[in-house]
Design a protein. Structure first.
Length: 215
């Protein structure tokens, strides 16, 4: 039912593929699995089936969220650069103003690399799906910068978890207060900040892309 061969690019790797007989067997097993699932659902009323389906989707969502790792990373690492490029591209898709990360409140690599700061990347199954950075400032509030979650990973509570990681980093650097600025087009980010205790304050920098300044 299975044919094993060497990988063409690396002969140290063995590749297993189903044969036609194996595919027919898998199809039969899938059909039996579906029949069993339907038999388990049959006694349930439509509303209860819907409740079960929603519960299963919630379990899947939580398991995916639990699989995410958030790790410090050099801001010039390829994964960090990928996240930053996606962050900038999304801002420019959602706003007509145009966002230039080199203008205004910057977060250049040397500004978010220890000891000046820290850059973090969130991974799901080894793939980068989010980022955020902290700038430590002596005798002044820390700055949280470049916070982004990939659209495919939103709705899992990762934004709140990433924000908590950045806040903890700011505290570990000695800050008692932290600042964030954001654009009005980033409604999800603004809602997250407000829901987690951030409050709006007068503008504390000249970031041209910002509409809201929070502390």
């Amino acid at each position: 039912m299975v044919k094993v061969s060497a990988n063409r690019g690396d002969r140290r790797i063995r590749v297993a593929r189903l044969t036609p007989v194996g595919r027919r067997e898998r199809t039969a097993l899938d059909r039996r699995s579906d029949e069993l699932a339907l038999s388990l659902l049959a006694p349930l009323s439509p509303p209860r089936r819907e409740r079960l389906g929603n519960a299963m989707r919630e379990v899947e969502r939580l398991l995916v969220a639990a699989s995410v790792d958030i790790a410090p990373l050099d801001p010039e690492h390829a994964d960090a650069r990928y996240c930053l490029s996606e962050y900038v591209a999304e801002l420019n898709r959602r706003s007509s103003r145009g966002f230039d990360p080199a203008v205004g409140a910057t977060a250049h690599p040397h500004e978010v690399r220890p000891p000046a700061g820290q850059f973090f990347v969130a991974y799901l199954h080894g793939e980068p799906i989010g980022c955020g950075a902290v700038k430590h400032r002596a005798d002044s509030p820390a700055e949280i910068k470049r916070m982004w979650i990939a659209p495919r990973a939103r709705g899992l509570g990762l934004g709140r978890r990433l924000l908590q990681t950045l806040e903890a980093c700011a505290r570990s650097g000695g800050a008692r207060v932290a600042h964030i600025e954001t654009s009005a087009v980033l409604t999800e980010a603004l809602a997250l900040y407000r829901a987690t205790g951030w409050v709006e304050v007068p503008a504390f920098n000249d970031e041209p892309f910002a509409d809201h300044w929070l502390e």
